[in-house]
Design a protein. Structure first.
Length: 479
């Protein structure tokens, strides 16, 4: 299983690194520069607002379906047509909830046109995840890898034509960006359905109410996990836009920095989507997954610490390079957010393991506490420090969630034990990376671009020296 994971995660990361970062920094970033920080801030706040209600649209079905199909492949013929019908109904409820909640939140009528298409995009995204959960559940990991990047590839084509063609760029509107996303997501959904068409015996809607009720009951814990996670990760931008008089600007600054966290989270999400069916299968068969947990954790933290430390020390220069309106405020927000990715990366491993184990209600207690903490910190620090306060709140919240999930995993999984050597190795790795990068930056020996790559290169070499990354064991099977 370790060899299978290594091959597929490298393949998955390779494909996504070719496409998704280009979209995030070559398209999404350029859109912000073209329309301005304030206008983009409105878009970013509304996008996160729809994320808060996405649970209605998904209701935990993706993770539930992925786990069940990985354990029992034959269930796809029974579940697929019924879940497809269920998702159709949930999508209508989701649209209604977005408009009703938007009205209650006090959004002006001018925002509702954007809200409709952003909500429609969330429906398409949910369908893509559902299709991919079936594909990965069937063990078609490489097909899933290609599909995971298809929507971003199409967005690059559509949005690139709009922002790189002078006749369109001069009149570009944020609405065009949203419409292009709608077209790309819809095409990806249709491609996914085409892939599954010959693998599912019944490829149509079925309304078997007893089965739908059972699916809803079984997916409910997954839904609650997603809802709580979404609240404490996405509420920051909404609170910024609502709490401050010039909230759209501060939400735009937060969105500019959060773009890096989104890009980094792409890797974490790929780890989670690949590990969930693997962990589920191993737990069902009673096999120890300790080696896979340690292996995947070392891999993701080697990358997370390297990226976070290098970005932190050159945060101002990076933001000045990428954004026309950048200043030191932009850089400070980025610095805090990138350090939170270290904790987020660890949560992708332990949270996925707990999900595969079915320890959902216990995870939910962690998330409820994190929501309360995050909201309190945001209410306290946003009026004082604006987007920087929201970023610090994110760092504290994510760090405590990671520690709580790691501790819960120790209690819930009998073959998982505390590894003092691993803890020492990770502590030493972070300390050496931080210390070297600080010395490099304060010494001023290089231009910042060279310093950034020297810092990242040192950390990666160190990861191999400490055997966090090891070519010899990378493709070995578990013993």
């Amino acid at each position: 299983m370790q060899r299978e994971f290594s091959i597929n995660i490298l393949f998955l990361i390779g494909i996504n690194l070719l496409i998704k970062p280009f979209f995030i920094f070559g398209i999404d970033r350029v859109v912000q520069n073209v329309v301005g920080t304030e206008t983009y801030g409105v878009y970013f706040a509304l996008l996160n607002f729809t994320y808060l209600l996405q649970i209605i649209n998904d209701f935990g079905i993706q993770n539930f379906n992925n786990r069940e199909i990985a354990r029992h492949n034959q269930l796809i013929h029974k579940y697929f047509p019924n879940i497809l019908a269920l998702k159709g109904l949930l999508s209508l409820v989701f649209l209604l909830a977005v408009f009703l909640t938007g009205w209650l939140a006090g959004y002006s009528a001018a925002y509702f046109h954007l809200l409709f298409f952003l909500a429609l995009n969330q429906i398409f995204i949910s369908l893509i995840f559902f299709v991919r959960s079936n594909i990965s559940g069937l063990g078609l990991y490489r097909v899933d890898s290609f599909l995971s990047a298809t929507d971003k590839f199409l967005m690059i084509i559509f949005c690139g034509a709009l922002i790189w063609t002078p006749v369109f760029r001069d009149n570009f509107q944020i609405e065009w960006f949203i419409y292009a996303q709608s077209a790309a997501l819809l095409i990806t959904v249709l491609i996914g359905f085409f892939i599954l068409k010959n693998r599912v015996r019944v490829f149509s809607f079925q309304f078997r109410l007893p089965l739908l009720w059972i699916i809803l009951k079984k997916s409910y814990p997954f839904a609650l996990v997603i809802l709580l996670m979404t609240i404490y990760t996405r509420i920051d931008a909404v609170m910024l836009e609502r709490l401050l008089p010039d909230g759209s600007y501060h939400a735009g600054v937060y969105g500019a920095a959060y773009r890096f966290l989104d890009a980094a989270n792409m890797i974490g999400f790929l780890f989670a989507s690949l590990l969930l069916p693997m962990f589920s299968k191993m737990l069902k068969e009673g096999k120890s997954g300790a080696s896979l947990v340690r292996h995947s954790f070392q891999m993701i933290w080697a990358g997370a610490i390297t990226l976070s430390v290098a970005v932190y020390f050159y945060k101002n220069e990076i933001m000045d390079l990428l954004y026309h309106e950048s200043n030191e405020y932009f850089g400070e927000v980025l610095g805090w957010l990138m350090f939170s990715f270290i904790a987020v990366a660890g949560s992708y491993i332990y949270g996925t393991l707990l999900t595969a184990n079915g320890s959902l209600m216990k995870m939910n207690r962690i998330f409820i506490g994190s929501i309360v903490l995050n909201i309190v910190l945001n209410l306290w620090w946003i009026p004082l420090y604006q987007a920087q306060g929201a970023a610090i709140a994110t760092l504290i919240t994510q760090s405590l969630v990671f520690l709580a999930e790691a501790g819960l995993s120790q209690k819930e999984i009998k073959w998982l034990r505390t590894d003092p050597v691993l803890i020492f190795k990770m502590t030493a790795f972070f300390s050496l990376c931080f210390g070297f990068s600080w010395w490099l930056k304060t010494g001023g020996m290089f231009e910042w671009q060279t310093g950034f790559f020297v810092s990242a290169g040192f950390c990666m070499i160190l990861a191999f020296l400490l055997k966090m990354l090891d070519f010899k064991s990378l493709f070995n099977e578990n013993k």
